[in-house]
Design a protein around this ligand. Structure first.
Ligand code: R5P
Length: 283
């Protein structure tokens, strides 16, 4: 199998290729004077089984993925791995007149098979015109957290929606798992606290699928610290970490941010390459 890494997933594609015992295919990336993307697959892929790995955090990353798919004309088969899929959060119309952006994008992916990693909503998989499967990186995050040697930590989801991923991260580690519950005390006051477990003096690991502006996590850290929590770690699959998110989180008192390389940032301490390699090996 030939592995091709798009511009947003060079490291992850190289790691995945290595895990599969293959060399990643070399591609050239540059841009035209007007800013349009130029790319070229610099090796022969005619009649080969090709896997493209490219996250799409920006519109130009999406364009590069579409160009790569088109350039694979002549390949025997094309698998597309979108480790982080931009626009996946717009998975339905929230107001009339809106697009279902995730559907608009999924419909453009002309491939034999698609893989995503912890996509925001699994229902998005149905929008792809080919079989699509979501892979769960929670076990890899859990393994890393287990190796931190934290004494009796609590794994906490910042809301009820993130409970499943928090449970999967705590997996076999035997850590207590809880989620934050918001109670409205009056018109303008809310109380946010852990549902079941007292956090006083305990180390916490807050887990979500992604951290974007950091607003959800910064508020959660402040509140948990106010209740006497010891060190608060953050863990997510997708470190979108846009604008001033990192500074907001450090101002709130985060101990460390542990994320995967679905987006290649300095916080991407855990690679999902073994997960991708395992899924691709089975094809
Ligand atoms: C929302 O449904 C997601 O699971 C995350 O909780 C959210 O995207 C985080 O966004 P932010 O970091 O901007 O608060």
């Amino acid at each position: 199998m030939k592995i091709i890494g798009g511009p947003a997933s060079q490291l992850l594609a190289s790691r995945t290729a290595r895990a599969l015992g293959a060399g990643p295919v070399l591609c050239e990336y540059s841009s035209f004077p007007d800013g349009e993307i130029y790319l070229r697959i610099a090796e022969e892929i005619e009649n080969e089984a090709v896997t493209l790995i490219q996250s799409t955090p920006t519109d130009s990353d999406l364009v590069a993925l579409l160009q790569l798919i088109d350039a694979c004309e002549g390949a025997k088969s094309v698998n597309v791995v979108i480790p982080y899929m931009g626009y996946a959060r717009q998975d339905k119309k929230f107001k009339s007149g809106e697009p279902i952006s995730a559907r608009a994008i999924a419909r453009c992916i002309n491939a034999d098979r698609v893989f995503t990693v912890n996509i925001h909503e699994e229902s998005v998989l149905d929008y792809f015109p080919c079989p699509a499967r979501d892979l769960d990186a929670a076990g890899l995050l859990g393994k890393h957290i287990g190796e931190l040697g934290l004494e009796n930590p609590i794994v906490v989801a910042p809301d009820a929606g993130a409970q499943a991923i928090a449970r999967n991260v705590s997996g076999d580690l035997g850590f207590a798992c809880d989620y934050l519950q918001k109670t409205r005390l009056s018109g303008d006051t809310v109380e946010i606290k852990t549902k079941n477990v007292d956090v006083e003096g305990r180390h916490l690991v807050l887990v979500d699928d992604m951290i974007a502006t950091g607003g959800t996590m910064a508020e959660s850290i402040r509140m948990l610290k106010g209740q006497g929590a010891a060190d608060v770690y953050l863990s997510c699959v997708h470190p979108v970490l846009t604008r001033n998110a990192v500074v907001r989180l450090f101002n709130a008192g985060v101990k460390d941010i542990i994320a995967t390389d679905t987006l290649e940032k300095v916080e991407s301490q855990v690679s999902v390459a073994p997960l991708l390699a395992e899924a691709l090996k089975g094809l």
